[in-house]
Design a protein around this ligand. Sequence first.
Ligand code: AMP
Length: 420
Amino acid sequence: MITKPKGTTDITGNESILWEYVNSVVATMMNNYNYEFIRTPIFEASELYHRSVGETSDIVQKETYDFKDKGERNLTLRPEGTAGVVRSYLENKLYAEPDAKKYYYNGTMYRYERPQTGRMREFTQFGVEVLGSNDPIVDAEVISLQYKILEALHISNLQVNINTLGDQESRNNYRDALVKYLEPHLDCLCEDCRERFKTNPLRILDCKVDADSEILKNAPKTIDYLNEESKKRFETVLKYLDLLEIDYEVNPKIVRGLDYYDHTVFEIVSLDNCETKASVLGGGGRYNKLIKELDGPDSYGIGWACGMDRIINLLKEIDLYKDVKKQVECYVMYVSEEEKLHALEIVQDLRLNGIVTECDNLGKGLKGQFKQADRLNAKLLIILNSEDLSMGLVNVKDNATKEEEKVDISEVVDYVLGLL
Ligand code: AMP
């Protein structure tokens, strides 16, 4: 038997109901915050990720799915959403528009990781990117949007861990201080970190292996190396978050793994479930250098991504969602071929009037149809028989109270709508 590739998953049954529910909450919230849906390709030129996510990142060094197509083009399955959105923004010259662009996406990403709980090779992220504004109001808006989506999903005990890398000058000052501090301790760090020391020392703070070492715990903090302007900017972001009643903690260890971040960086966790790195539900930050690095104008960007698979794993543990089941509103029952023709019409009529409706498609007898209706939690049964039909009537039965009523066939939709 052919099985699914390692690190991928099938979403079926109650999980897919949860999935659709989360998608609908996400879409509604994004719409309320006036974010526009953007769909970019699942594969892009490999160069895009090398130049944006960064040559020295784990993602690009170890985790991308790279391939050549039949035209010998180097392509990569997208490992994250930001690069594609920024590429589209530049390619379509949307920076020429008078307003900042506010995008959201929701799609699969691909990273060749060691699969474990909350870490897949194919996974889904929804996220936002705001391009063209450097106002701290946007930092606060995007953070609160992620927080409020998770809150709307009833995920409890949320906390934003927030930090700032400051502008380029502050980041450089910090980098120098970090290098000076780490140099005498290099022997105690993992092999990857010794390599990172040469290429991108900030990334050492993000290391999954050395995360708990005393050396990293005592490392210099970005916040102590900010210039006045960067410091003021960060204070403004925090002030706005206070105003929006977002629960945050300034955490100097958050630097985020990708090359393109500056200023605000953050992650959101649920404190009920925060023992592992896989408990981070989402994160992001500002990337004011990225647009220029991708040959665009000197502009601004900020964004975040949230892991759908991790959210679904969490929701499955919440009592509220334990009993989610597909609920059919009407189940139409028939036996003879003549009844079947009426059923076909009635089912379509109900469905097109927004009523979730099902009928038998396996030639079951009435007993089997009653059982299927129960499995589908049908609220109402519409039972057809030739005698009623000859008088233009159908039998509508409440599947819980067992009360029934004969209804004129032309009025069945209105009658059902009245009951639901
Ligand atoms: P990142 O793009 O690495 O900042 O990740 C943002 C969010 O996406 C994380 O907080 C996770 O919720 C989710 N995520 C990242 N990588 C994976 C993965 N391999 N499998 C499942 N979810 C992931």
